[in-house]
Design a protein around this ligand. Structure first.
Ligand SMILES: [Fe+2]
Length: 266
């Protein structure tokens, strides 16, 4: 697909393969000669307004709205769905993320794979080409710093750290951000991925902390931690909230300095 220049204001998509797209979306204008009902003349294209209805949540198989879409300048807010990586080592990446967060390919072919660990059709995808190479200057090039996955409870995060540690997979950074406890790993391609647990167990509460806490404003990155010490404290019977509170207070410092993989290496 490419954005049709004549449709930018209406945010229409040109469809290069109308037959395939019709199967996929079923929401194409007819592509007849002359101007159609949306005022665009030319090849078949997809109505973005209709597509916005199509991104309504599908939880529980709910039906999409069948109401007629009125023109609107409202910014419609979709749900963040997945991340797609270019890679030159497809199977290694599939296996690595499968071990990290339990994603499994729903579909895989020689050119890539789509993987999920929940009800979504995919959360991570890989596009493979053998000529894709690692970027030695990734940490000073623009682009994504990390993707992130969230656990419900701190224990899930710490037990994952322990499982990976036994495999020799070490984090490059572990920190109590105040709003989350977060452990970051480097995938085989050099991308960072964060595993986190919300310190409040409540997005509204952690959002409010981020908005209003003077501690966060003073130190928005947070307090580096040693997950091993936090897990030991949990196993000694300390309440998870207390472990997190002490972690944020700096009582579980790492033995060695972490590499946050941002900016020039020291
Ligand atoms: Fe993050």
């Amino acid at each position: 697909m490419k954005l049709a220049s004549s449709c930018r204001s209406a945010a229409h998509f040109m469809v290069d393969r109308p037959e395939a797209s019709r199967l996929r979306f079923g929401l194409l204008c007819g592509g007849r000669r002359g101007r159609d009902s949306c005022g665009f003349s030319g090849r078949p294209h997809r109505h973005y307004a209709k597509a916005n209805i199509a991104v309504t949540t599908f939880e529980g198989g709910e039906e999409m709205s069948s109401s007629t879409p009125e023109a609107s300048d409202e910014v419609r807010r979709p749900v963040l769905h997945h991340v797609t990586f270019r890679t030159g080592r497809l199977q290694e990446m599939i296996d690595w993320y499968g071990n990290l967060v339990g994603v499994r390919p729903l579909f895989q072919f020689e050119g890539g794979a789509w993987l999920t660990n929940d009800a979504a059709n995919h959360r991570i995808a890989f596009l493979f080409a053998p000529e894709i190479a690692d970027d030695p200057d990734l940490r000073i090039h623009s682009g994504m710093h990390h993707s992130a996955f969230e656990y419900v409870h701190l224990d899930d995060l710490l037990l994952t750290w322990e499982r990976l540690d036994k495999q020799g997979i070490k984090p490059h950074f572990a920190v109590d951000h105040g709003l989350t406890t977060s452990i970051y790993y480097v995938d085989p391609d050099g991308n960072s991925v964060e595993l986190q647990a919300d310190n409040f167990g409540d997005w509204a509460a952690s959002s409010e902390f981020m908005r209003s806490s003077p501690y966060f404003a003073k130190n928005p990155i947070g307090q580096p931690v040693d997950p091993c010490k936090m897990l030991e404290a949990r196993r000694a019977g300390m309440d998870a909230k207390e472990v997190q509170r002490r972690a944020y207070a700096g009582e579980f410092p790492p033995e060695e300095e972490y590499d946050v993989r941002f900016g020039k290496a020291a």
